[in-house]
Design a protein around this ligand. Structure first.
Ligand code: PCA
Length: 198
């Protein structure tokens, strides 16, 4: 049985809930398609998140890595195309704010996702889940994790990042006009993505 490392994040900035946390908890240990899922919850912490996922990869030796993050305000599931060697933006959950800071001093400018992102989007849309490829994972923790993983794996295994919209619970708690999905649909969409991985 192949192994999939599935990561999500704790809540961050003003968002009291991170729907990726429930997905990771719910799918942890499950067998979906060709993969057994190993869930990992990451801190929104620049110093900790990269080393933590690399440590887990060392332990699990996954055959694929999918990292999940919340993109509050997006209305679709968005597999990310590219990660860039840059950290910038709001303070993380430890209060650390970085500006124009490379993730690896001598790292490549960017890495393309090695997940089948086009197929993922097509399969999601065929199954009634709105999805599209995103051309930027930003410069915050999500991009940081995507870049760190791809820097380590190269093209060796399928690896990459998928941003998801808010859940209804988050929209109710945070900003009611925020586009949102049911937690059940968010989880089902991620299951669908895993199911189609070879
Ligand atoms: N989303 C943030 C960090 C944690 C998360 O779930 C991001 O898009 O960078």
């Amino acid at each position: 049985m192949k192994k999939l490392l599935l990561s999500g994040f704790e809540p961050f900035l003003g968002f009291p809930i991170n729907p990726t946390e429930s997905i990771v908890k719910e799918l942890d240990g499950k067998v979906i398609g060709n993969y057994q899922v190993h869930g990992l919850l990451l801190l929104v912490d620049f110093e900790n998140a990269g080393p933590k996922i690399l440590e887990e990869m060392e332990k699990v030796q996954p055959d694929a890595v999918i990292s999940l993050g919340l993109a509050g305000g997006r209305s679709s599931i968005t597999p990310e195309r590219i990660a860039v060697n840059c950290r910038d933006g709001e303070a993380d959950n430890r209060g650390v704010a970085l500006q124009d800071s490379p993730i690896y001093e001598d790292g490549a400018d960017g890495y393309f996702s090695t997940l089948p992102i086009r197929k993922m989007v097509n399969v999601l849309n065929e199954n009634g889940f709105p999805a599209k490829v995103s051309d930027t994972a930003g410069t915050y923790l999500c991009n940081n994790v995507m870049y760190t993983v791809l820097h380590a794996t190269g093209k060796r295994i399928p690896a990459g990042f998928v941003h998801i919209p808010a859940s209804h619970e988050l929209a109710v708690a945070y900003k009611k006009e925020m586009p949102s999905w049911s937690q059940k649909d968010l989880t089902a969409a991620i299951e669908k993505i895993i199911e189609m991985l070879e």
